[in-house]
Ligand binder design. Structure first.
Ligand code: OGA
Ligand code: FE
Length: 282
């Protein structure tokens, strides 16, 4: 058995602790020029968790509808990612839109954002052009923020009809250049989450507007998974939101980067790209 097939690892994850006094939680997306910190009114706590390696059983265990996430193997045609955002939008977006349509059965897919992450040990800079792995358990959008994204990125004349049918927000997360053994991404099975008790809306304060994410509180029953040594030919679809909320399908997937104690010391630093997609169904 190779290391790639280790069945699980033990890691420390950083969970959300709500602010005292029942205040609404908030976090700035930009650093304070004086402190270099991103202002926030909540704290976090580390918890040790077991993270199961899905390598070899990707297909049996987890789908977008059951767990909220799904791993696939499909090399990208565009693999450069070094020549700036414009080229990524021109070269990587179209094939990814087709891929998401094919894998989900969606009729319309709109990519509204992407983030390249490269780990830079010892550097605290995490500005938009230098994003590092995100090491707090979170969900990217609340229901309100997801609906706001439809208004923001789709033609006004289409919005009312689109919001009457099923839609989702799905991230397509893929390593760049080499396998992501270093600081991989862990995803939490929705079936182990209590959506009433475990998640709390957090206002995300941008310089010019506000968004809303979900902070995730610790719950010992959370079931964590990853794909050890995930390669650039593989990717994970992470469902951040589903408009179907009747209990029949996973609605969101808590996720976080984590330091894997089984990572070989000479593994190259993590590099990845995640696309954010609005996914609509007829
Ligand atoms: C994401 C995300 C964190 C990371 O894809 O939404 O939070 O470290 N990624 O890649
Ligand atoms: Fe995220």
């Amino acid at each position: 058995m190779t290391l790639t097939h280790l069945t699980s690892t033990l890691a420390t994850l950083s969970y959300f602790i709500p602010p005292p006094n029942g205040e609404k939680a908030y976090q700035h997306t930009f650093a304070d020029p004086l402190t270099g910190e991103r202002e926030r009114n909540y704290t976090r706590a580390d918890h040790a968790v077991v993270i199961e390696n899905l390598r070899g059983k990707e297909d049996e265990e987890a789908t977008l509808d059951t767990a909220g996430f799904q791993f696939f193997k499909r090399p990208a045609k565009y693999t450069t990612f070094d020549n700036g955002d414009e080229e990524i939008v021109k070269e990587y977006y179209p094939e990814s839109i087709e891929l998401i349509k094919e894998l989900t059965g969606a009729s319309r897919v709109v990519l509204f954002d992407h983030t390249i992450r490269r780990r830079r040990p010892g550097q605290s800079d995490d500005s938009p052009s230098k994003r590092q792995p995100a090491s707090q358990v979170h969900v990217d959008q609340t229901t309100a923020a997801s609906i706001a994204r439809v208004h923001r990125h789709l033609p006004a004349s289409d919005v009312a009809a689109l919001l009457k049918r099923r839609f989702q927000i799905i991230n397509l997360w893929r390593p760049i250049s080499h396998a992501a053994l270093d600081w991989p991404l862990a995803v939490c099975d929705y079936r182990s989450v209590d959506p009433e008790k475990d998640v709390v809306p957090v206002t995300l304060v941008y310089p010019d507007r506000k968004g809303e994410t979900l902070g995730v509180k610790y719950n010992p029953v959370h079931r964590w998974r990853y794909l050890r040594g995930i390669t650039p030919d593989e990717f994970v679809l992470i469902k951040c939101f589903d408009s179907v909320q009747d209990g029949s399908v996973a609605v969101f997937t808590p996720h976080t980067a984590f330091e894997d104690p089984t990572t070989p010391k000479d593994a190259p630093l993590r590099e990845s790209i995640e696309l954010r997609a609005l996914v609509f169904y007829d």
